[in-house]
Design a protein. Structure first.
Length: 370
């Protein structure tokens, strides 16, 4: 009956893929609603390690229908490659468990060329895009000159490989919800990269926030039950643009976060910029999405940092860190006192229930608090 939504609360790479994989078994369908293969969602579970760019992170579960919604932009070559790679790892992908909206737009080679030309022309004001043709594909969509997946018959090779997956996913979703099935919507990017609500112009070209979850699927507000915000216990950003709580690269704490957190882009391999948790920007994200639950990810990455800072408006709040390892902890009572204090502070400042704390990349390295 209801749809729940997972949305990145910061600048992407918060760990959305892990949480979708963790929760997916409770849902009949998992749906991507925005973005394209600029996203990179890493999932580590009993089946291995997977880096998903376009295919929803529910694909690793039997009995979950994965849907790429109308709000997405699809590079067919990349999608075919991703399907083949999953199959080669023994994951079943068929037109039954991977369904693509006929209204999703196609990324063509010329969009990728244009992405790189635009970046060159921006010079010092470049955005640091992923170079996947995302912006130019959405430009064509908005200019009403794009091609949609429904017209894929014009491309024999793509039609042969993807044609049977394409349908009206809005109707499919409506049927599922009307038959009391549960649906999970998987956000890409993060609220602060949203085209309207993010740090424009250093943003992506779609609505990665809750509004995009509706327009990007054709669902309606009354379908939504939980809107779950995913935040790291600190912050990272890939590409250019403002990052008020950024830690200078020369500071050993930046090196700690980068190395312990393996903060390298899943899609481009770029080093992610690292910084402290930023309360104001998190509040903006909560306001924009109406999160009723949040997950705090990668708490274990803070292990061993002597002093933890949080940017709170114009001031930094400071907390003593902890030396104990939190890696893999499953019960909140086992957390060091200083880690508990840090989480209590976040909960008090953000005024949202922390439902999940993640202490490692694997499915079971998770504390559920509810
Ligand atoms: P997404 O784009 O939001 O799905 O996030 P990414 O997959 O791009 O980046 C998150 C990275 O952190 C991935 O490499 C995950 O395997 C990893 N990860 C997720 N949760 C945790 C955690 O709690 N602890 C640690 N150490 N790594 C985590
Ligand atoms: P996931 O889903 C982190 C960033 C790019 C760049 C800006 C615009 O893995 O969290 P684009 O190619 O979209 O035009 O680039 O957005 N960006 C991401 N950063 N995680 C992502 O996705 C991102 N998708 C886009 O680095 O700054
Ligand atoms: Mg990512």
């Amino acid at each position: 009956m209801p749809a729940d939504v997972i949305i990145g609360g910061q600048w992407g790479d918060e760990g959305k893929g892990k949480i979708v994989d963790l929760l997916a078994s409770k849902y009949s369908a998992v749906v991507r609603f925005s973005g394209g293969n600029n996203a990179g969602h890493t999932v580590i579970n009993d089946l291995g390690e997977f880096k998903l760019h376009l295919i929803p992170s529910g694909i690793l579960h039997d009995n979950v229908t994965c849907i790429i919604g109308n709000g997405c932009v699809i590079d067919p070559k990349v999608l075919i490659y991703e399907i083949d790679k999953l199959r080669a790892s023994g994951i079943k992908v068929s037109s039954k468990n991977l369904v693509i909206s006929d209204k999703a737009h196609i990324i063509l080679p010329r969009h990728i060329e244009k992405d790189s030309e635009q970046e060159k022309a921006r010079g010092n004001l470049k955005i640091g895009t992923t170079g996947r043709g995302i912006g130019p594909a959405y430009m064509d969509k908005v200019a009403r000159s794009g091609y949609r997946m429904g017209s894929i018959a014009e491309w024999p090779e793509w039609e042969e490989k993807l044609g049977s997956h394409i349908t009206s996913t809005q109707k499919l979703l409506r049927d599922l919800l009307d038959h009391d099935e549960n649906v999970l919507l998987e956000g890409a990017q993060g609220a602060l990269l949203d085209i309207d609500h993010g740090s424009y112009p250093f943003v992506t070209s779609s609505n990665s926030t809750i509004g995009g979850a509706l327009t990007g699927t054709g669902l309606v507000p009354s379908d939504i039950r939980d809107t779950i915000g995913i935040f790291k216990a600190y912050a990272t950003r890939v590409g250019e643009g403002p990052f008020p709580s950024e830690i200078q690269k020369s500071n050993p704490v930046a090196k700690h976060l980068l190395e312990k957190g393996h903060e390298f882009g899943t899609t481009t391999g770029r080093e992610r910029r690292c910084g402290w948790f930023d309360i104001e920007s998190a509040k903006h994200s909560i306001m924009t999405n109406g999160f009723n639950k949040i997950a705090i990810m990668k708490l274990d990455v803070l292990d061993g940092i002597e002093e933890i800072n949080v940017l709170n408006g114009a001031r930094y709040d400071t907390f003593p860190g902890w030396n104990e390892s939190t890696f893999g902890i499953k019960n909140s009572s086992d957390l060091p006192e200083n880690a508990k204090n840090y989480l209590s502070y976040l909960k008090k400042e953000l005024k949202v229930n922390i439902d999940i704390v993640s202490t490692g990349p694997e499915r079971d390295q998770t504390i559920s608090i509810s």
